[in-house]
Design a binder for this molecule. Structure first.
Ligand SMILES: C=C(O[C@@H]1C=C(C(=O)O)C=C[C@H]1O)C(=O)O
Length: 239
């Protein structure tokens, strides 16, 4: 039987999912790779994998995608790992760099700049910039390194009161129902064993992994997050 190819995000926020998949009965049916989010997106769009924990911005490039799980990488308030960092207040930012590892948060930054802050700084690829977007583990402990930091899930919530969803489990083809049941059971197992995952992480003075994986990342793709997802997609289309 052909294995089901899966790309999951290589960041700490996905470790509970990966733990669940590694300790599940479907391990011998899957071919799992861990990738930065932009690569997860690329692999699902180009059909190198069947299922991805895919940045939601990339769904717009996948014809007939299917969201196959009620778990996601989301947040209800500050997420603590997706920021615009700057030494100037946002209103004085003239140039901004995006994060090449991101698809969703780069678009979230653009949506908030345009619609919430009413700003249009120049997006620069190289050279110095007044501000930059950064996501994932590279942001851990960096909050106090810059005079200004904007948690983009928190700013989105201030903007329209909604939670946010960064990545969802999606497929680019029909996947067998039996497999999906086992797959979702594995994800649930991982989330239910978050304490084991947290114990295995190193302790850091300037970042609380327990708080991050328990309170900041919100893994439930409930109807409010689905509403946030379609609202976000509409804003991206209007950019
Ligand atoms: C909250 C996060 O969500 C991530 C952000 C993504 C993006 O910006 O494209 C994609 C996947 C998520 O892992 C994070 O990694 O810090």
């Amino acid at each position: 039987m052909n294995k089901i190819k899966i790309s999951a995000v290589s960041y700490t926020n996905s470790k509970p999912f990966v733990f669940g998949l590694m300790h599940s009965g479907i391990l011998n049916q899957i071919d799992l790779s861990l990738d930065i989010p932009s690569e997860c997106a690329h692999k699902l769009i180009s059909n190198q994998v069947d299922i991805g924990l895919v940045p939601v911005a990339a769904l717009l490039e996948i014809p007939d995608y299917k969201i196959i799980s009620s778990y996601c990488i989301g947040a209800t308030g500050p997420v603590d790992s997706v920021f615009i960092f700057s030494n100037k207040p946002i209103g004085e930012v003239n140039t901004i760099k995006l994060d090449e590892q991101s698809r969703t948060s780069n678009n979230l930054a653009k949506v908030l700049l345009k619609n919430y802050w009413n700003l249009s700084p120049k997006i620069v690829d190289d050279g110095p910039a007044d501000a930059f977007v950064q996501i994932g583990d590279r942001t851990f402990g960096k909050k106090n390194e810059y005079a200004y930091r904007y948690d983009l899930a928190e700013e989105w919530q201030k903007f329209n009161g909604l939670p946010f969803v960064f990545a969802v489990w999606a497929a680019n083809k029909v996947i067998h129902d039996n497999f999906l049941l086992d797959f979702n059971a594995a994800l649930k197992y991982g989330l239910d064993h978050r304490n084991v995952v947290i114990e295995q992480l190193p302790s850091r003075e300037n970042f609380d992994f327990g708080d991050y994986l328990t309170n900041k990342i919100d893994y439930r793709l409930d109807h409010k997050k689905l509403e946030a997802l379609s609202t976000f997609h509409q804003f991206i289309r209007e950019l």
